[in-house]
Design a protein around this ligand. Structure first.
Ligand code: NAD
Ligand code: TYD
Length: 339
């Protein structure tokens, strides 16, 4: 079987490819990635020569290029991770989010219709449900919670989800969608909360906490997400949405303090900065459906996963040091300079 994995040079896509090569050694993986600022070929370096792996640098919006690749590879399964994924960048400039997240998804699905596939899987996010109030811990997102987005990022992901559902119903595309909560783990790009705080701590730089740090996210170790997607593409029902989450809600400030203490730094590094515009208060997933139908449960406890993650960043400076030089510095200055 041949599987096209888009966005495989990014955080979750690369972890997913490693998981597939380990658990399904009989399958061939073709990674399609444009290598935007968030894509790192160094992540995939150890598998570049793997006989079951091929890397293709390609924009998923490039219709001709995508069709040519499908013609050549005749994939059985397509898993779409490729996306612009950072909320703050979407507030700065929404246009590329619409281009990649919506148009790119439509190009991939058109290629699936033209060449025929067994399964198209859309990797989506819990952010399409909007947010939950902080004072209602009894509320969770289920698959039937209405779409109610807050940021250009989540709106573009929701747009893609609606398009997937329309291709499923109108054209009979055998598609599934998964909506996951916040991931953490190795190869997480330094602009996101957890790696940013670890790396800033290591440099004794201020730790910019938005607002009062009381916003809540439901954190899941990345490998648990990869296992869930693997189950959905192989055993999930066509046309269905599956929520994926760790039942692990944490306030941002508590995560930042945990990182500070683990690295033996001072809480004086914590700096409260102007809040994100439209900042979602709380995300919380009800994963009952994927548990009942596919037997999925998160396996990594946050207390273990966060230690493993911090350790990984300590041991892989060679991965993140080149990333935080150059263009990243310009981004950091723009985003945090006057906050
Ligand atoms: P990421 O930003 O780390 O990686 C995205 C990858 O997509 C990069 O390698 C980038 O080069 C590639 N890419 C971007 N535009 C492209 C294009 N036009 N054509 C081809 N490749 C392109 O993102 P991530 O955190 O790994 O997220 C992967 C997917 O999972 C996204 O769809 C995201 O919406 C979803 N998701 C992420 C989280 C999370 O916590 N990170 C949670 C739920 C869902
Ligand atoms: P992020 O990692 O950007 O993920 P998302 O916005 O998709 O949930 O942010 C996680 C939370 O951390 C979010 O509530 C915003 C907050 N945050 C900060 O307080 N400071 C930061 O520098 C960043 C990047 C995020």
């Amino acid at each position: 079987m041949t599987m096209i994995v888009t966005g495989g040079a990014g955080f979750i896509g690369s972890n997913f490819i490693f998981y597939q090569l380990k658990t399904h050694p009989e399958d061939r993986i073709v990674c399609v990635d444009k290598l935007t600022y968030a894509g790192n070929l160094s992540t995939l370096a150890p598998i570049m020569e793997h006989p079951k792996f091929r890397f293709v640098r390609l924009d998923i919006c490039d219709r001709e290029g995508v069709y040519a690749l499908f013609e050549e590879e005749k994939p059985d399964i397509v898993v779409n991770f490729a996306a612009e994924s950072h909320v703050d960048r979407s507030i700065e400039d929404p246009s590329v989010f619409l281009q990649t997240n919506v148009i790119g998804t439509s190009v991939l699905m058109d290629a699936c219709r033209k060449y025929g596939i067994v399964r198209y899987h859309q990797v989506s996010t819990d952010e399409v449900y909007g947010d939950l109030p902080l004072d209602r811990p009894d509320l969770f997102f289920t698959e039937t919670t209405p779409i109610h987005t807050s940021s250009p990022y989540s709106s573009s992901k929701a747009g893609a989800d609606l398009l997937v559902q329309s291709y499923c119903r109108t054209f009979g595309l055998p598609a599934t969608i998964s909506r996951c909560s916040n991931n953490y783990g190795p190869y997480h790009f330094p602009e996101k909360l957890i790696p940013l705080m670890i790396i800033n701590c290591l440099h004794d730089k201020p730790l910019p906490v938005y607002g009062e740090g009381l916003n809540v996210r439901d954190w899941l170790y990345v490998e648990d997400h990869c296992k869930a997607i693997d189950l959905v593409i192989r055993k999930g029902r066509v046309g269905e949405v599956y929520n994926i989450g760790g039942h692990n809600e944490m306030r941002n400030i508590d995560i930042v303090k945990l990182i500070v203490h683990t690295l033996g730094k001072s809480e004086d590094l914590i700096t409260y900065v102007t809040d994100r515009k439209g900042h979602d208060l709380r995300y919380a997933i009800d994963p009952t459906k994927i548990h009942d139908e596919l037997g999925w449960l998160p396996e990594t406890k946050f207390a273990d996963g966060i230690q493993k993650t911090i350790q990984w960043y300590l041991e892989h400076r060679d991965w993140w040091e080149p990333i935080i030089s150059g263009a990243y510095m310009g981004y950091y200055e723009r985003m945090y300079g006057n906050r």
